[in-house]
Design a protein around this ligand. Structure first.
Ligand code: GAR
Length: 215
């Protein structure tokens, strides 16, 4: 069984999907700790309700960003997880952490990367009258929302006029795709090649999963 650590900054709906899939046995893994860079977020409540260990690492408690980065690095080193899952963790990892744990850290982002890294992706998609929107799961590098792609889930934008509706639909895709990728990683069916391309032991031969969803 793989040891997983999940990093969050907020609501934790993706965390909940991962917890549920671990509890049902779909993911052959156990969440050893949930780390949040913010206190009093709902994701921490979710972890506690499932009796999962929690850790708060708030930048304000450190002398500088560099000290915070060092603290997070040491915490991750200490936990020594097989897989580090960023689930709405709204901080960019420093180069040392990203490089040291490269291949072990994954992130989910609400856009079809490389389109729309950063914030407010749903708003930008609507403003730019995109036909498609989606989510991306990727190995983490020290660049914002970048690194080798593992999977993407795509939806049609349809008549979504407000970001809330689109966000809700995107969340539904996230809650399917993220547990699915984590399951495959825990089953040793996804790994990074030396040339940083992603290998998948599934029927899909495209190098990464790309599915469309009617949601
Ligand atoms: C998710 O939509 C996730 O893709 C996004 O934050 C949200 C967290 O929701 N992550 C990023 O934007 C990373 N750049 P949640 O707290 O309900 O899981």
């Amino acid at each position: 069984m793989k040891k997983i650590v999940v990093l969050i900054s907020g609501n934790g709906s993706n965390l909940q999907a991962i917890i549920d899939n671990c509890n049902s046995g779909n993911i052959n893994g156990e969440i050893a700790c949930v780390i949040s860079n913010k206190e009093d977020v709902y994701g921490i409540e979710r972890a506690k309700a499932s009796k999962i260990k929690t850790k708060i690492i708030n930048e304000d408690a450190f002398q500088s960003r560099a000290h915070f980065d060092e603290g997070l690095f040491n915490l991750l080193l200490d936990i020594n997880a097989d897989l580090i899952v960023l689930a709405g963790f709204m901080k960019i990892l420093d180069e040392k952490t990203a490089n040291y744990f490269f291949g072990k850290i994954i992130n989910i982002h609400p856009s079809l990367l490389p389109k729309y890294p950063g914030l407010n992706t749903h708003k930008k998609v609507i403003e730019n009258k995109e036909k498609y929107h989606g989510v991306s799961v990727h190995y983490v590098s020290s660049q914002l929302d970048a690194g080798p792609l593992i999977a993407q889930g795509q939806i049609k934008v349809n008549k979504d006029k407000n970001t809330e509706n689109l966000k809700e639909r995107i969340h539904k895709v996230e809650h399917i795709i993220y547990p699915e990728v984590i399951k495959l990683i825990c089953d040793n069916k996804i790994y990074l090649n030396l040339d940083k391309t992603v290998n998948l032991y599934t029927n899909d031969t495209k190098g990464f999963m790309h599915n469309s969803y009617e949601i």
